[in-house]
Design a protein around this ligand. Structure first.
Ligand SMILES: *Cc1c(COP(=O)(O)O)cnc(C)c1O
Length: 362
């Protein structure tokens, strides 16, 4: 049996994407060159860039008035780059803290402005999204930042909050393209590529044009959204290979039926796993039902010792990278687009067997 990869990122890629990448690796489009060898200033790269942006625009239904930027520095880089670009002269921003990554985003933003913590899920141990009627939004904030899916904690916004006239911005790294997303409700989104759109080295930004043009003077040119928007993200050498892979991913999603189909599949996979956990008195998921992530399923066993044993046994049986995030512990199965229903069904069968064997031992 070939192994099943449940990694949180870098993560599994669809077999057809790897297959297509192999061609681009050796002889791209009959050019006799590898994608890795072509200059970024030429027409070959231009077509790779344009194809990727066009495919993303189709599958995400990006409306007019938005720009797609290809950057580097990861989502972590955007924790700084976004405030530098979007404060637009204001001195404060709103942050909703729902777990590990949004907390990091808020901490980093403190270097650039005063940060209003709209709500913090700390007293629920980040096992739920704080109730919206308890949020304290600030109408003078330059933007309101959320993390749509907390990769480490396994909580997810299933609907976008209403922030009135304050632009909503989101770190969508771990649930990007796993379901439709109404871009018109957002001022900006950003995502590292290695979770759902390919490989590490690329960060994708989609930003509303009307928010551009007022970056802080200290903003490095290579991280200035407006500059990137006017030169097709070519202020300096773009991560050509990573953009090529992202383009292949976008077209794979399109050929599989688009984001509605991804959403259907992902909901189904999550349902299979959560149901198995819910029906067991051995495995447990403490995340509140209505906020459970459809892409990062976090769960526990009766003890840390059993968790270690489970992870070891899973690895030996071909179920890879199920370790929980270092900040959260436990077990985590990441069910991104490339993870098949068959992988999830096989995992639940393994979990069943493990539990039965352990009950017999003890
Ligand atoms: C993985 C992740 C990050 C960090 O991504 P890097 O590419 O390592 O900077 C940030 N936010 C979320 C939600 C993530 O899942």
């Amino acid at each position: 049996m070939s192994p099943y990869n449940f990694a949180a990122g870098p993560s599994s890629l669809p077999a057809p994407v790897l297959e297509a990448a192999r061609a681009g690796f050796e002889n791209w489009d009959g050019s006799g060159q590898s994608v890795m060898e072509i200059p970024f200033t030429g027409s070959e790269y231009e077509s790779i860039h344009d194809n990727a942006v066009e495919a993303l625009t189709r599958i995400l239904k990006i409306p007019d008035g938005y720009r797609v930027l290809f950057m580097q520095g990861g989502a972590y880089g955007q924790f700084s780059i976004l405030p530098m670009n979007l404060l637009r002269g204001a001195d404060r921003a709103d942050y909703v803290v729902t777990g590990h990554w949004s907390r990091r985003a808020a901490q980093e933003a403190l270097k650039y402005c005063s940060v209003n913590i709209v709500a913090d899920g700390e007293n629920s141990n980040y096992l739920k999204i704080p109730d919206r009627h308890l949020w304290s939004l600030n109408c003078e904030a330059a933007y309101c930042h959320i993390t749509t899916n907390e990769t480490a904690n396994g909580v997810q916004f299933h609907t976008l909050p209403d922030t009135g006239d304050v632009p909503l911005v989101a770190d969508v790294t771990s649930d990007f393209l796993t379901a439709p997303l109404d871009i018109s409700r957002l001022g900006a989104i950003y995502a590292s590529a290695q979770k759902n759109i390919g490989i590490a080295g690329l960060t994708l930004v989609v930003v509303r044009e009307s928010l551009l043009g007022d970056a802080m003077p200290i903003t490095p040119s290579v991280f200035d959204y407006s500059r990137l928007a006017t030169c097709k993200s070519k202020v300096n050498t773009p991560p050509v290979w990573a953009i090529y892979i992202a383009g292949l991913m976008f077209r794979w999603i399109e050929s599989e039926g688009g984001l509605e189909e991804m959403s259907r599949r992902n909901a189904n996979k999550a349902e299979i796993l959560y149901e198995m956990i819910g029906n067991s008195d051995y495995y447990s998921c403490n995340v509140e039902r209505q906020d459970r992530s459809l892409v990062n399923v976090c769960f526990a066993l009766p003890s840390p010792v059993l968790e270690m044993k489970f992870l070891e046994s899973a690895r030996a049986s071909g179920f890879l990278n199920l370790e929980g995030h270092s900040a959260a512990g436990g077990v985590r199965a990441s069910l991104y687009n490339a993870v098949s229903e068959a992988a999830v069904v096989a995992l639940t069968a393994f979990m069943d067997d493990f539990q039965r064997l352990e009950s017999r031992v003890s």
